[in-house]
Structures are given as C-alpha cells and as structure tokens.
Design a binder for this molecule. Sequence first.
Ligand SMILES: C[S@@+](CC[C@H](N)C(=O)[O-])C[C@H]1O[C@@H](n2cnc3c(N)ncnc32)[C@H](O)[C@@H]1O
Length: 270
Amino acid sequence: MTQEPDSSVQMPRENAQLVVVGTGYRAVGDLTIEAKASLEQADKVLCLIGDPLVTQHIQHLNPTVETLDGHYAPGKPRQVSYEEMVQHILAEVRRDQFVCVALYGHPGVFAYAGHEAIRRAQLDGIPARMVPASSAEDWLFADLGIDPATHGCQSFEATDFLLHHRVFDPTSLLILWQVGVIGMFDRVPDFDARPGAAVLAELLTMHYPDDHPVTAYEASPYVAAPPRVTTVPLAKLPDTPMSAATTLVVPPLPERPMDRDVLARLTGRA
Ligand SMILES: C[S@@+](CC[C@H](N)C(=O)[O-])C[C@H]1O[C@@H](n2cnc3c(N)ncnc32)[C@H](O)[C@@H]1O
C-alpha cells in the first residue's frame, strides 16, 4: 500500500528526522556504534525487537523507548499491523522530533515498516535513513561456514517461493526465510508448520533427491548458547520442528560442467 504526503499537518518541522536502525541477532553485541549513537540521541525511540534483554538495554540508552508490539494481535492480518506501525512511526516524526526506530536483525530485510516509514517521511520532506545491521543470513553464513560466493546464493521468502513458482537453480545454494510460517497470513500463535513444510518438501523433491540434506537454522542471541542447527533428509522436512525464527538452507547439487566455449572467450584462449 502506498500513501502520499500528509498535507493536513502544517507545522514547521525543523527537528523532524527519522533513523531506522537494526539490532542484529546477538543480544546487544550486534548494535553498531552508529545505531547506538542514534538510539542515545533520539527524542523518541520506537522498537520491535522480540528479545526483552535488548529492549531493556535500549531503555537504558534512551528511556523514551516504546514498543510497537501492541500492533500485533492474534488473527489480525500482518499487513494491517505493519500499516499501523508505519502510521505510529510517522505520527511521532511529525511531532517535529528526532525519532529512532529499532528493528531486530537488519532493519531493511523482510521488514516492511522501516522501508515504508522512511519512504513516506521523505515524501513529507523529512530527512530519513536506514542504518544496516546483521541479518539472519549473515549469522547463517558465519555459523554454518557457508560462503555465498562459492556456488552463488538464492534467497526467497518461503510462501512467496511456493505461490509464485520462483525460478531457482538447484546447483546453487538456496535459502528460504519464514519456512516455519508458510501460509500464515494472519498472526496465529502456535502455528502448525507441518502442512506448509509438506507442500515445500513436495516441490523441492521435484528438483533434489529425497535424501538431500536440508538444514533448519536458528541463530542464537547469546554467545554462550550455540545456534539451533537441525539437518535432515529432505523427505523428513515436514516432521522437523520449525518456528517463526527458522531459516531453511538447501545446499547445492553438484556443479554442472563448465562451458568451455565461454571460458575460451573470457580468457582469449580459443
Ligand atoms: C520478518 S523476518 C525478519 C528478518 C530480519 N529483519 C533479519 O534481518 O534477519 C523473520 C524471518 O527471519 C529469519 N529469522 C528470524 N530470527 C532468526 C533466527 N534467530 N535465526 C535464523 N533465522 C531467523 C526467519 O527466516 C524468520 O522467519
């Protein structure tokens, strides 16, 4: 949904500014120096974090912090919650103050509210920008020892991947986000991941063998606790416990042979 500038609000906005920062995954440790400075200097902080430790830390940096969690409710369509969050953020910015919004992970990765609030603030002529942070994918590369350059890397939202028949290359790494909430359009506590995982497994087995290993991955927020890494044969995916925080890794099939003609053209050695 797109919206035009709010012409009903005519007050001067000399101080209005919006900075959307990420808090990464490691509780507190992923906060960059720039994000921390924005949180400390803001007139108002809004956050959507999940981890109470991080929210508590932000409260320590800036006592104005208020959480956006209240916009979620069981059975409420996610898009309605996101729109309310954007409206909430803009209402604070339009009070002519410096607002910092903290979102977990990278604030621009699978995070509609941050991008949209920045877009609408900029339409209003208000300075607005994003400060990046570690996403789940960044932690996944580190924890699982995967370099996305080796075979290339494809990254999709799992429901979107199924609904739109996204075209992918099985000889390249495949990462599927939100794999534990496939088909969950409204917020459903205790969502059953199995039906969605069964549909996904059915599609993937058209491209990979049944025993192809796939990994359900969850980064750990704490240095002392390891990530949750569960590797199973593809056929067993529907029986694998997954949550809203699970990302699925499908390793590549063996490389297809190199195209010698292209190689010759690239090297000039025919
Ligand atoms: C709404 S997206 C948020 C992504 C986040 N902004 C980021 O930069 O990583 C939620 C999805 O991120 C991934 N995710 C969230 N927490 C995770 C964790 N602890 N470990 C691995 N993936 C996670 C899962 O795919 C989850 O369904």
